[in-house]
Design a protein around this ligand. Structure first.
Ligand code: ZN
Length: 192
């Protein structure tokens, strides 16, 4: 069964991982499966090579590296000492793996609390506190706008959920933390 890995060219040894049109060694599989969190049986070799190129490079931690001083759920890591933040993949909620990204605090330009139905965060928190609220929240995310002018959405709810239910209460707790943090940064950089 041993053969040659179609990505790196090394011998696959006994552990061969197959995609639709090729085979991959364990080392490469680890990279293209995002640390064994996805399967590749339905992927093509071309897709895997692309993913490999994206994932193989180490994360750019920037000057002085990254030291986690605070964590907000599976959404954000903060490095207060070096004034950096890391947006996590949050695969648990979105079901999609994305590479973590690291930014310096001053890269954050704006944030938006986005909820469907459209309510403010305060209104949302009030809804989650009401025991018998019948409101269903379809979508909840916090959009971070960074200096590279790409929007990054922190998805706080995996799907529609009752505002008074545990998923929304949990999402509300994190939303509050994220907004407080983002507001603090904004105030700081606007010199308030
Ligand atoms: Zn390989």
């Amino acid at each position: 069964m041993a053969g040659v890995c179609d990505i790196c060219g090394k011998s696959t040894g006994r552990r061969v991982f197959r995609c639709t049109d090729g085979k991959v060694c364990r080392d490469c599989y680890e990279i293209v499966s995002n640390h064994f969190t996805s399967t590749i049986t339905k992927s093509t070799l071309a897709e895997l090579k692309e993913r490999y190129a994206e994932n193989a490079a180490p994360l750019d931690l920037g000057e002085n590296g990254f030291h986690i001083s605070y964590k907000i759920g599976t959404f954000l890591l903060l490095d207060e000492q070096n004034q950096k933040f890391c947006i996590l993949s949050n695969r648990a909620v979105t079901g999609v793996y994305a590479r973590p990204e690291i930014f310096s605090y001053d890269a954050l330009e704006e944030y938006e609390f986005l909820c469907e139905p459209e309510v403010t965060m305060e209104e949302f928190l009030t809804l989650t506190a009401k025991r018998r609220s019948k409101t269903v929240i379809k979508n909840l995310r916090i959009r971070l706008k960074t200096r590279d002018s790409k929007d990054r959405d922190l998805v706080l709810l995996p799907g529609a959920a009752k505002a008074s239910g545990p998923a929304c209460r949990q999402a509300g707790k994190y939303a509050k933390e994220i907004v407080q943090w983002a507001k603090r940064l904004q105030d700081r950089y606007e010199g308030k």
